[in-house]
Ligand binder design. Sequence first.
Ligand SMILES: C[S@@+](CC[C@H](N)C(=O)[O-])C[C@H]1O[C@@H](n2cnc3c(N)ncnc32)[C@H](O)[C@@H]1O
Length: 429
Amino acid sequence: MNLKGVQLTWLGHATFRIDTPGGRTIIIDPWIMNNPACPPFEKKLKHVDVLLCTHGHGDHIGDAVEVIKEHNPQVVGMPELCGWLEKKGAKQTLIMNKGGTQKVGDIKVTMVHADHSCGIQDGDQLIYGGEACGYVVEFENGVKIYHAGDTNVFGDMAIIRELYAPEIVMLPIGDHFTMGPREAAYACNLLKPKTAIPMHFGTFPVLTGTPSDFQKLVPGVEVVTMPVDDYLYSMLPKRDEVLAEMEEYASKHSIPIVGPAVAPGLYQLALMINAKTVFELGSAIGYSTIWWARAVGKEGRVVYTDGDSKNAERARGYFERAGVADRITLHTGDALEVLSEQKEQFDIIFNDVDKEDYPRVLRLVSPRLRKGGLFITDNVLWSGRVAQKNPKQPQTKAILEFNRLLYDSGDFFTTILPIRDGVAVALKK
Ligand SMILES: C[S@@+](CC[C@H](N)C(=O)[O-])C[C@H]1O[C@@H](n2cnc3c(N)ncnc32)[C@H](O)[C@@H]1O
């Protein structure tokens, strides 16, 4: 969702990533790598500047320690919760309490009330984490949002409306541990938002509230749902045991594979041009490689490349179990270097390496792809960041440059398919 340059992305459950117009990334409630509702391609965080923590339950701060170790963000929360995170390695805590407002870089953060418990499970100890809270965040462009945290409805939501008037509210609707649709609808009566984003539903079977039940109760509010995505994912055919295991492994270990929404499309494209040879840049554990290998058939050949030898070792095991090992050549090392050494022309070249390298990949591809062949590239929408006005991230800039070069190239006819994180399909003329 793009709010005048503020990019809001729901990562499942109560977790949100916000990219500000100034190029900073904020995570509300960092439960990501172990969050079963987080899309696999969102699990590897590229960059984090600020964490806002509503309370200490595992389904809200379950991955905070890991994110802090990797990105060293500023951490906003109750003193007790921040104190615990400091012991776990947080170096930049910005403690506050309810009713207070502080400036955090280019945003203004107000901590507001929430009615919920807040223990932190640390091994077999339960630690006091202060009280649970919600946040009102005001961005530099004036947009105001309210994340309610975990809570029931309470009358003082009317005060939040009076004082801050957030136009967008994120409300839990799952029921059982928080409010359900009926209380969330009452919350809308008090908050009078333009838009409500339902959260904290469906992750576990007990969280039974649904966005459609909620929407029926608030006809005057725009309720943001993703019915089309849900529908598309519900239509996907079952994968075999090896692919299903790889999907689970990738999800658990934050390996950004193309996943089950994109992979069948790649397979289909290969069949459509009767591809027999595929060169893959960036293969990780070999998930997309297996789809290519099945598409090219027994007589075909797929080149796997990855810089990480552990990935290659794991991939080799999967290839054998999937019965496609004999059609795959594995290279460990720099994929661009391996491609530049190729003498033959391939039917398909698939690009999924580090994003900063995309423009360089494009320069290597054309001579190594046959006429009528396909150059296919993943992540070209970069979780919507390509629509940012002044992107600061080097990856976003590289993808923007790549997309421009690809569309402008006289060698290719290109379309970006907006499936998952965006797939560019370029036909060699
Ligand atoms: C997005 S993952 C690939 C996922 C895989 N295509 C799939 O969908 O199953 C990117 C992988 O590329 C590898 N990689 C990134 N840059 C590379 C480079 N220049 N050479 C070789 N491997 C690279 C990383 O180690 C990582 O495993």
